[in-house]
Design a protein around this ligand. Structure first.
Ligand code: IPM
Ligand code: MN
Length: 355
């Protein structure tokens, strides 16, 4: 089966790590009986600087024709923060209606976690972050700009339909996982009484249709505390866009850092986009020292999403082996291997796993 994948290497270390992901996909293609066709798109800070274009409508139109996009990183030191993030990353998420941001938090054996008393049996959960609404919707404005009386308003949009489709995805995912079938709603019902009242009512209403799933609720601040103190309590967490953004950076740290954290921007019926969740890491660019595992894990999620579960599992096992047997650290420059060597290792183990 041939899979056509749009590749957006983007900025900074994005192209380096995406190259390793593609290396691994190409390596397993034969043994897994798959074919990949990669179509590269030049988007990001360099193109913006050169041409002023961020995401031309013609490119967006082409991207709508794919099922999957493989993204490296967005963000350029010479471009004011917000321009590329809003104009490219968030625009893609919104235009392609990728309403789920799926972020697994898994600690692999041999990987360093700052949580001294916790191990791989404790850190294995997934965050389902709503990805098209909330504070990210861009609602609001500024009054009396630049004056001492300035007022900036940024509103959180929470539609019942948007919340329901996110919750439905989370309930279904919880049902499919082999943990304790527990779904935790993360919110702030004690303060954000309009938004999270809607989330809570929708959550309880939907729970009626999932009697096999245990439901729980935690405030977002307490969630940060539990993620550090008792991460083993979590199976699936579902939350809004902003809270999901924040708690998944914390999640990335307890699973070993940005070197391994991957995510998927998912539209189950449309075009989904997979990415390492760390940024473009300008200071490591071009040095062949950045950790490509997060990008390789994103490629693994992409395959899983396409239904290629065997090939995806072979890559996941290979990542685990490389973590357990080879890397001294997951941090850039401290791995004991270069970026491309890590890619070679994963590719080789993944091939072996398919034999
Ligand atoms: C992420 C990033 C983005 C977000 C930024 C770069 C716009 O932090 O993917 O988590 O806030 O969603
Ligand atoms: Mn983030």
């Amino acid at each position: 089966m041939t899979h056509k994948i749009a590749v957006l290497p983007g900025d900074g270390t994005g192209p380096e790590v995406v190259a390793e992901g593609i290396k691994v996909l190409n390596a397993i293609a034969g043994p897994a009986g798959l074919k990949f066709e990669f179509i590269h798109y030049d988007l990001g800070g360099e193109r913006y600087k050169r041409t002023g274009e961020i995401l031309p409508d013609s490119v967006l139109k082409e991207l709508r024709g794919f099922r999957s996009i493989y993204l490296g990183a967005i963000g350029h030191p010479d471009v004011k923060p917000g321009i590329l993030e809003k104009g490219l990353l968030l625009r893609l998420r919104f235009e392609l209606d990728q309403y789920i941001n799926l972020r697994p938090v898994i600690l692999y054996p041999g990987v360093y976690t700052p949580l001294r008393d916790k191990g791989p049996e404790d850190i294995n959960f997934v965050v389902v972050r709503e990805n098209t609404e909330g504070l990210y919707a861009g609602a609001g404005g500024v009054l009396k700009y630049g004056t001492p009386d300035e007022v900036a308003v940024q509103e959180s949009i929470n539609t019942r339909k948007g919340v329901d489709r996110c919750l439905k995805y989370a309930f279904e995912l919880t049902r499919k996982r082999n943990k304790n079938k527990k779904l935790t709603l993360v919110g702030k019902t004690n303060v954000l009484t309009f938004a999270f009242d809607l989330w809570e009512r929708a959550f309880h209403a939907m729970a009626q249709s999932y009697p096999d799933i245990a439901t729980d609720y935690a405030h977002v601040d307490a969630t940060c505390m539990w993620m550090v103190k008792n991460p083993e309590w979590f199976d699936v967490l579902v939350t809004d866009n902003m809270f999901g953004d924040i708690i998944t950076d914390l999640g990335a740290m307890i699973q070993g850092g940005m070197g391994i954290a991957a995510g998927g921007n998912i539209n189950p019926e449309g075009v989904s986009m997979f990415e390492p969740i760390g940024g473009s890491a300008p200071k490591y660019t071009g040095k062949n020292i950045i950790n490509p595992l997060a990008a390789i894990a994103a490629a693994q999620m992409l395959l899983d999403h396409l239904g290629e579960v065997k090939a995806a599992a072979a890559i996941e096992e290979a990542i685990k082996t490389v973590c357990a047997k080879h890397l001294k650290s997951l941090q850039a420059g401290k791995m004991g291997y270069s970026t491309s060597e890590v890619g070679d290792l994963v590719a080789q183990y993944a091939i072996d796993n398919l034999k």
